[in-house]
Every structure is written in structure tokens, then in C-alpha cells.
Design a protein around this ligand. Sequence first.
Ligand code: UT7
Length: 328
Amino acid sequence: MSRKFAAITGVQGYVPDYVMTNKELETMVDTSDEWIRTRTGIETRHILKGEGLGTSDMMVEAVKGLLEKTNTRPEEVDMVIGATITGDMPFPDTANIVCDKIGIKNAFSYDINAACSGFLFALTTGAKFVESGSHKKVIVMGGDKMSSIIDYTDRTTCVIFGDGCGAVMLEPSEEHGVMDSIHHSDGSGRHYLNLKAGGSTKPITHEALDNRENFVYQNGRPVFKAAVSGMSDVVKTIMENNDLSKDDIAWLVPHQANMRIIETVSRMADFPMERVMININRYGNTTAGTLPLCLWDYEDQLKKGDNIILTAFGGGFTWGAIWIKWAY
Ligand code: UT7
């Protein structure tokens, strides 16, 4: 029996209208446009403004566009996975809320929390359901409203993150789709990148709020080092395991956390920058949103049969790489 693949048959992104510039951040914390550009590569990021709006509202926009693009009626969708660390609320899952808002009634849906690797982990998970033959139209979403968990008095984190999301449709294919994947996690990384309050070990209390523990904490340097070695290792490994040379790969799609990380990973993987997808300058780090937003931005340049390697590294630590053959 021939192998069945899970092909991406459409991609759609969404970023909110409001653009926060480095200049605006200069008025909020002790930073400079120059520092942010040279240390991170970020020029602007989009921020979701508006009372009561959450990650589901961005995902709804992306999924509506995706359904239109792929000529899919909501009732045809049979599974929806959402990758996010900024769900609308601790429960129910944001994927459930997205389905309700759109009228996707015949799907089962849930969220995956793997921080910046969330889309990667969710894509592999969704692909397995399609490959098994049990599900035919699976939507995988990745995105975050990072502005809801960022401390805008902490210059080490607030300049980096932005809000945004993307979604892909997965459908069965004989030859295109997810070809191989590698995933890792190492919980000892939790000490370097975390959000301390609001979980079961430290529910939100006045004390936690006073200590600003309801916001992202990051010790940037060790995360930087681990991100570079983690992503370059998995990119090299997935290429070696599948006898792929750099000439076989049309695009490398790295998580957009820091332009210096992206450049170092492509150098270590011996991959030319002209074929590396980059949009960190416009969106900053949208956590689970970066990879689908890259695919969305570069969709016009992709060709059927292109080999693409996605890679990400994030909180957990979590990291991995996926090799896909583009289907359209
Ligand atoms: O997506 C999830 C995974 N996350 C990542 O991959 C992020 C990995 N880490 C990074 O991208 C970088 O470590 C950061 C962008 C977070 C920080 O850049 P860095 O070059 O590693 O800076 P640093 O933390 O070593 O700090 C260097 C200096 C410090 O000042 P002193 O101690 O040398 O006086 C910081 O206080 O830069 C200072 N600094 C800033 N200065 C102006 C830190 N943030 C800022 C800022 N503006 N926004």
C-alpha cells in the first residue's frame, strides 16, 4: 500500500492593524531603535488592541480566509488544532472557541502548548491524523497575542514580541506534504524562559502580580545559544536522514525570534540567506505564529514540489524540524 501524506493545501495569516514601532517603544522603556534593529532585526510588530479581543479573534480571521481560499465549508472540517500559549482563557481551549465562532460543527478541536515550537508540534500531530486516513480536512493554527503576557516595563522582552497568527489546511495527498519530522523537548529549559504565575504551582495572587510574575520571563543569552544549536542540529539531521543537500531545498523557514539567530542557523546549516524566509523585521516574534506567517508571506514564491524545511525553538525547551513538499 502506498504511503499517504498530509499536504498543506492552503495557508492564511492574520496580523492586527495596530503597528508598534521601535520609536514608540523608546517612549516606554530605556531602549533605542538602533539597539533593537542591530540586536534583533525587528523594526515593527503588530499589536491586537481592543477590549475583550483575544487570540481566538485573530485565529478566526485567519481560518475564515483559509476556508475561502480552499473552497471549504465549515461543516467539512473534521479536526482543528490550535498552537498557542496565549489562549483566550486557561480553559476551554481556544481551538474550541474558534470552531464555535466560525460554525465548524463536525470537528474535534484542541490546543497544543509548545511555545514557539507550537505550530511545528501541531503540524506533525495534525499530519498523523491525515496520514492514518481517519481525518480528511485538518486545520492547524498557530498564533499568539503576546502583548497580553508581556511586561511593557521590561526592555529585555517587550521589544521582541508581537501579535499574529496563521493557519494551514491539511488534506490527503499521494506525493506532497509532510515528509519527515524531528521533535525534541527538554523541560530543564523552563528555568530560562517561562511565565510563573497563573498555573497550578503559583495561582495568580496579589503577591504574584506585585512581582510581575504574570508576564514572560526570559534569560536571553542561554536561550539564544540553545536556539542556535538546537535548530542547526535538527536542520542538519533531517537533511542527512533524507539524503537532502542544500541544493535540494527551496526554502528554510526558521522561527523568527532574532535575526542574529536566523543568520547563525543558516550559516551553521550552510544554507544561503536568499532562500531563508524572513519577516521578523515586520512582525517581531509572534511565538506560535511565526512559521505560518512566513509561509503566508512567501506563498506567491512557492512552487509545487518545492522542498521546504521548517524549524523552531522555544520555551520548554522545545524544538524541531519538519520537511515538507509543497503541494501547489
Ligand atoms: O522565541 C523563543 C526563544 N527566544 C529566543 O530565541 C530569544 C533568544 N535571545 C535573544 O534573542 C537575545 O538574547 C535578546 C534579544 C533577548 C537579548 O540580546 P543580547 O544581545 O543577548 O543582549 P543581552 O541580554 O546579553 O544584554 C546586553 C545588554 C545588557 O546591558 P548591559 O548589562 O551590558 O549593560 C542589557 O541590559 O543589552 C541590554 N539590553 C537592552 N538595551 C537596550 C537588553 N535589552 C535591551 C533593550 N534596549 N531592549
